[in-house]
Design a protein. Structure first.
Length: 439
């Protein structure tokens, strides 16, 4: 007798694999919220800075603006594009803050589409994409904040898809383009390079990335040299401003104006809580970061960058889109956890990639990291819908819940980043030992 066909028992998590009204509702809601924040909110201080810089570049030229504006540290290509948008806003009557924030918000919405392709074959695909569309950290940093960092995340997601499919040249092009926006996208270069299986592909990817990046910087550098030759008295400032502002920028140690001040991030907050004034810190803490010195002595970047490079090497065999995306997400987790010179929009570099790491990390990073960002922005705006003016200086003392959320977010990245590093190191050790036992 022919056995009767038995219908497979549906999994209780099967809805995660399929799109439906719930999925498209969250996607549409994410797009609408991003655009509304870009249009209706005043944004942060970065909106004011970009308005000053875009108008300054349009008015006096790129090289002169590097010389005259002490806070101007953006790469030439994105600065030129911003100046074009400022001129368009003047001729069209559309507010400049809207004209540049809406494309950034929509580009971050497009990152959700890239996540859809990266998560092909994963059961969590639909829910990860839908939740990213409405993730508070993405809504705030892409729609409201007013800086270009979210575009780096889009570029890195594209690099993940290209590198995982072996397209070394195109991955190098996109990595080089990310440097036109901001340089920190290059922190993912080791992970992308090691994910390519052959050294030839790695060298090609690196060479193309450097060539594309150079194409964005070289014309401005040559223009600065010509300006230096014509104006001997201000020769050095013209050339040095470009090099020091863009390539020499090392972040800021941002804190409130309260007494004592509240630092927005870093292990230094734990040092201050444990020992008080830096004069009473132990030697190890002072080696890590010495707030008494001017300029501040800070060894955290050396430690963080070293661990990031080693971690990328240890994960070199993880080459699928999901695995490579997880490598980059955890690489930045090491950076966020250990770095002391930090500011809010840095999460924009990797927030889309969080969804490619483990569900635990994605959940913790969004709840704690994203919760801290949203809670802080709502606090300094005095409005949970973020509609009012950003007033960081006017809020010198943070409530206890916000301080706890900040420290929990920091510990989240420290623990997940270092745990991932230790696991990768242990796996490498096991593989080496297995090779030796076979010999």
């Amino acid at each position: 007798a022919t056995p009767l066909a038995v219908a497979p028992t549906p999994s209780r998590w099967e809805f995660l694999e399929r799109t439906g009204p719930w999925f498209w509702t969250l996607v549409a809601l994410g797009v609408v919220l991003r655009v509304c924040l870009a249009v209706a909110s005043t944004g942060t201080r970065d909106v004011e800075l970009w308005t000053e810089h875009a108008s300054g570049v349009a008015r006096e030229g790129l090289v002169l603006h590097y010389v005259s504006a002490a806070e101007f540290n953006h790469p030439p290509p994105v600065s030129v594009v911003m100046s074009w948008l400022w001129q368009l806003s003047q001729s069209s009557g559309i507010a400049f803050s809207t004209l540049y924030r809406v494309p950034i918000a929509l580009a971050d919405g497009g990152a959700a589409a890239l996540l859809w392709f990266a998560l092909r074959g994963e059961r969590r695909r639909a829910v990860c994409v839908a939740l990213y569309c409405v993730a508070p950290v993405a809504l705030v940093l892409a729609g409201q904040h007013g800086n270009t960092d979210a575009l780096i995340g889009c570029c890195l997601l594209g690099c993940v898809l290209l590198a995982s499919s072996g397209r070394a040249v195109l991955a190098g092009v996109l990595l080089g383009v990310s440097a036109w926006i901001k340089l920190p996208g290059l922190l993912a270069a080791p992970a992308i390079g090691f994910a390519l299986p052959r050294w030839r592909d790695r060298c090609v990817c690196g060479a193309v990335a450097l060539a594309v990046a150079a194409c964005g910087f070289l014309p401005t550098y040559l223009e600065a040299q010509r300006y230096a030759a014509e104006h001997a008295a201000s020769a050095q400032p013209a050339v040095n401003a470009l090099v020091e502002r863009v390539f020499g920028y090392q972040g800021q140690y941002i804190h409130t104006v309260g007494n004592p001040p509240t630092f927005i991030w870093g292990l230094k907050n734990f040092f201050l809580s444990a020992w008080g004034h830096p004069d009473r810190w132990p030697e190890l803490a002072l080696w890590w970061i010495d707030l008494r010195q001017r300029p501040i002595v800070d060894h955290s970047p050396v430690v963080a960058l070293t661990l990031m490079f080693v971690f990328a090497f240890l994960r070199r065999r993880e080459r699928s889109a999901v695995e490579l995306g997880a490598t980059i997400a955890l690489t930045y987790a090491i950076f966020y956890g250990l770095i002391e010179a930090w500011t809010f929009q840095y999460f924009g570099w990797s927030m889309a990639l969080w969804m490619l790491a483990s569900p635990r990390f994605a959940l913790a990073a969004n709840l704690l990291g994203g919760g801290f960002i949203y809670g802080l922005y709502a606090f300094v705006c005095g409005d949970w819908l973020l509609r009012t003016r950003w007033d960081f200086v006017g809020h010198p003392y943070w409530p206890e819940w916000l301080l706890l959320l900040r420290d929990a977010a920091l510990l989240c990245f420290v623990l997940f980043g270092l745990a991932a590093f230790v696991r990768a190191l242990w796996r490498e050790f096991q593989e080496r030992m297995s090779v030796l036992t076979r010999i």
